[in-house]
Every structure is written in C-alpha cells, then in structure tokens.
Design a protein around this ligand. Structure first.
Ligand code: ADP
Length: 509
C-alpha cells in the first residue's frame, strides 16, 4: 500500500530493545527491523531507537557523534549521547527515510548481554530501561525543537519500551513537540512483562498515585508492560488469535483483566517473514535450490540433510523440529510421542537449545534410535535453513504462540507444518480437512488439545496423507503459494496508525 497522492507520509518512531541486525535475542528484533524498513519503503519517515549495547559497537558500523541530551535518571540527570548508526541492512532506497539511533550510556548498556548474564537478569534492569525510555522522550523533544520532526506515531514494543507510552500521557503531557503524537504498544510475548519490586517504583520518576492496580501496580510489584497496556492509545499483538487468547485467564498471564478492558483498541496483526533471507530458490545454505514449480531440489536437500545428520538414506518421511527447548514450545509432547513414532518408518531431526532436562531427554532418544533420530543442541542458523528445506514436515506443538516464525518458513520451503491450534499457528496454517483440501486451502495439520495423544493422532493423519503422493504435493504447493511478506502486515499497521491519529486520544479527554 504505497502512499496515495492525498496521503501525507507519517512520522513514525519505533522503540525497542532489539532491532536486527544490531541486537537480537528473539523474534522481536526481526519484527522491528523488518517493519521499520517496510514503513520507510512505503514512503514514511521513520526512526528507530534502541540502546547502544556493546555488541553493536563490536559490529563496527559507522556512527555519528550524535547529540548530548540531559536525561533525568533515577539518581539525577545524566548527560546522554544519542548517535545515529548506519547499518546497511537498515538502509532504505525509496521514497521514505529510516534513521536508526542508539542511546549511549556505557555503564548501563556496554555489557556482554542485553538483559542478563550467566542466566541471571541484571539487577538494575528497571533502571536501565526506565532510562532508555526517558532518553527516547528527550530525543523526541530534541527532534521536534531542532528539526521540526514531530512524531505522529510512537510505536513501542514489549515491556522494555512500554514506559514511553506512560510518559507520553504523564510526565511529558502537554509538551509542544509531542502534542500530536499517538502511542502504539505491540505485545510480542505476554510472558515477559518487566516485573520489579515495589521499592523500585520511584526510579520511574512517575507520581506515586500511578502505583495502583489501575495503573502500574501488579500484585505489589511494578509491571512495566501493564503501564503500556493502560496508557497506550492503541494496542496490537502479533496475531488475531493471540489477541483474543490473551483476554482469557489461560493465556493472559494475569493481565487478562486489563487487556479485556482495553479490547476496543486491541488488534492482532500477523508478522511477515524476511522473504529474501528465507527463499528456497536462492538460499545459500542449501545444496540445491527449488521452487513450487520444480521440487527436485528439495529432494536433494533432504538427502544432503540425512547425510549431514547421520540419518539413514531412506525414503521415509523426515520430520523436523527447530525450537527453543521450553515447555512453551511443547517440546515435552514431542518427547512423549517419539517412542511410538519410532515404531513407524519415519525419521526425526531436532535442533534446539534450552532447558537442560529437555536437552538431555532428546539426546537420550537420539542415542536410543540411531539413524532414525538426530539431535543438535546448538544454535545453528545454516542448519535451521537446511532442516526447513530438507524435512517433509515440521512439528510445532506450542502451548502458546503469539505468532511464530518457524511455521511460516516451513510453508515457504514446502515443509508441511503440524501445529497446535493456538495464536499465530491457528492464523497461519489452514488445517487439512476433506473440505479445506478439496478447496485447495489446506496448508498443514493442526490439533487442539495440548496433549501427546492429540499430537500423535495429528501426526498419524499427516503420515497417511503423505503416502498419497499427489495429495501431499498439493498441500506442499498450496503452502508455498502463501503471501508471507511484510507488505501486508505493514499496510495493516499503517491503517491502524491513521485511524488512531484521526481519533481524539482517549487519554487526552
Ligand atoms: P520464538 O521467537 O518464540 O523462539 P519463533 O518461531 O517465532 O519462536 O522464532 C524462532 C526462530 O529462531 C526461528 O527463526 C528459528 O529458526 C530460530 N531458531 C530457534 N532455535 C534455533 C536453533 N537452535 N538454531 C537455529 N535457529 C533457531
């Protein structure tokens, strides 16, 4: 959706603790980086802000000297440098513009991790991200006063940036540079809320009357995400189904009441994927390329994958799993069904790191079934691509899944996803039924109950369809034909932005 002649470009400021390729621990970074680029390509004037972590300095991208702002901190004002960084993947050749700024305060951000070290969260995480959010607000005022650049939309992501939405309507209310700014909070995973002891509330600089259950208090703790949920003008999350689920106690992580109260301003928008990096026709990690019109390369990828993993070179269906080995991902369900699955002519590959007991259990299964199960407990981007290409099916039995990327890669690579019907998995995989298949809509298989019995039943159905070669090919091709690009998601975000700009802010009265 390019700008029409009567549409003015929007000024959008995106705030997040991670943006690819500068800093990444998860899907958040991919989403923010890709969306920022997409908005700019569509003609909008975008800036993105994140902390200047040590790992960003180590990447060696060129940076400006930047500006020095006086930022109110927990223990007095701090002179803070905000620098523009030039990272080529975030470059935009188009009508719009994208600038990326990093907030430098080395005592807070020049550390080996983003949020934690040796598995332990940094004890001053509240101070670090309060300070980050305040710097963003000061920078917006600076851009307004010195460049006449006034953000239409302040798009903040997850708990680390949520406080910006609170500041906009409290400490910074009435500032001329921010008078037309509307805030949008995107929830990528409600499981991470930024919870801190009540004693740290004063560090936020917010008046004490906001430490109540109607604002930032959550059972005696400070809850940063909750602040954003209460104060943002618009809320989004990363799939329509997840936006419904988080209004229920089962998925709401204790915030279902607040979210339900604001459901009028809540939308779900499915993420896109990086269709250049994840493209079986050009993927540099693969021994052979392929597309929907010629799948011969996929068969070669499968053989190469079997060789690489020490699996026997059989024509059996090969099932892949790539995931953080956590209970969120339902990895225990996979572990439960594997012994029964091994009675059949199938092979399985599991790539993932995570909770040590799961790593140990999958390792033991690989030893028990050599040549049939392969396990790699490493983070290996190349192998992830080769599994997406070489496997026939991809198993994703998540307990909850805000959006999920892996099943989208699977669709693109002609690897039929087998998913639990939740969150983004429910929205992106059309489950095989006689009807959906006949209508050429089916792209995978899904089950509802979070149980190994349901997963096994679903797998057996998938295996029975796999044996009918023409039917299987139709599933593969329907999946590969899906539009998974960012352009659709970006257009939906932009429409919501325009709606919220047109609407008088609820919080301004
Ligand atoms: P989440 O962000 O909850 O972990 P997603 O499915 O949204 O789940 O994204 C996971 C991403 O991380 C995918 O791109 C997947 O390929 C990748 N990934 C997960 N584990 C590994 C691993 N061990 N090696 C390589 N890539 C991995």
């Amino acid at each position: 959706m390019n700008l029409t002649p009567d549409q003015t470009p929007l000024k959008i400021c995106m705030v997040a603790s991670e943006v690819v390729p500068l800093a990444k621990t998860g899907g958040l970074a991919d989403v923010v980086g890709a969306l920022a680029v997409e908005f700019a390509k569509l003609g909008h004037d975008v800036c993105a802000m994140l902390p200047a972590y040590r790992q960003i300095d180590e990447l060696g991208y060129r940076m400006t000297d930047g500006v020095v702002l006086s930022v109110p901190g927990a223990h007095g004002s701090i002179d803070t440098r905000v620098q523009e960084v030039f990272a080529p993947p975030l470059h935009v050749q188009g009508p719009g513009r994208l600038r990326v700024f990093v907030v430098r305060h080395d005592p807070y951000f020049s550390r080996s991790g983003l949020y934690q070290e040796a598995g332990r969260d940094y004890p001053d995480n509240l101070d670090r991200f309060v300070y980050f959010c305040r710097t963003v607000m000061e920078m917006l005022i600076h851009l307004g006063e010195h460049e006449g650049w006034q953000a239409d939309v302040l798009h903040v992501h997850d708990w680390q940036a949520a406080l910006c939405a609170v500041y906009l309507r409290t400490l910074y209310q009435g500032r001329p540079s921010l008078s037309r700014t509307r805030s949008v909070l995107t929830i990528h995973n409600l499981g991470y809320q930024g919870l801190f002891p009540s004693a740290q509330f004063s560090s936020t600089g917010l008046p004490l009357h906001l430490f109540t259950p109607a604002a930032l208090e959550f059972y005696g703790h400070v809850n940063m995400l909750k602040g954003g949920l209460v104060f943002a003008d618009l809320l989004t999350t990363v799939s329509p189904t997840y936006s419904q689920e988080i209004q229920s106690p089962e998925y709401g992580c204790g915030l279902e009441g607040v979210i339900t109260e604001r459901k009028r301003v809540l939308s779900g928008i499915v993420n896109g994927i990086d269709t250049e990096n994840w493209n079986p026709a050009t993927d540099q990690y693969l021994v052979a390329s392929y597309d929907a019109s010629d799948l011969a390369g996929k068969a070669r990828c499968k053989k190469a994958l079997q060789r690489e993993l020490g699996l026997r070179p059989l024509k059996w269906p090969l099932l892949g799993v790539i995931a953080r080995l956590t209970s969120q991902k339902g990895i225990d369900l996979v572990i439960d069904v594997l012994p029964e699955l091994m009675e059949l002519d199938v092979q399985v590959v599991i790539l993932g790191t995570g909770e040590p007991h799961y790593e140990q259990q999958v390792g033991e299964l690989a030893q028990r079934y050599p040549g049939k199960i392969a396990v790699r407990n490493v983070f290996d981007e190349g192998l992830a691509h080769r599994i997406e290409a070489g496997a026939d099916m991809f198993i994703m039995p998540s307990r909850y899944e805000p959006c999920g990327l892996s099943q989208l890669y699977s669709l693109r690579y002609g690897t039929v996803p087998i998913v639990r019907k939740t969150g983004g998995l429910a929205d992106t995989v059309v489950a095989y039924t006689p009807k959906t298949f006949k209508e050429c809509r089916a792209t995978g298989f899904s089950f509802t109950d979070s149980s190994s019995a349901s997963l096994l039943t679903c797998l057996l159905l998938a295996l029975s369809v796999y044996r009918k070669k023409a039917d299987w090919q139709r599933l593969v091709r329907t999946g590969m034909a899906q539009d998974l690009s960012w352009s659709r998601s970006a257009a939906t975000y932009l429409q919501l932005f325009r709606d919220v700009i047109d609407r008088k802010s609820e919080r301004q009265g």
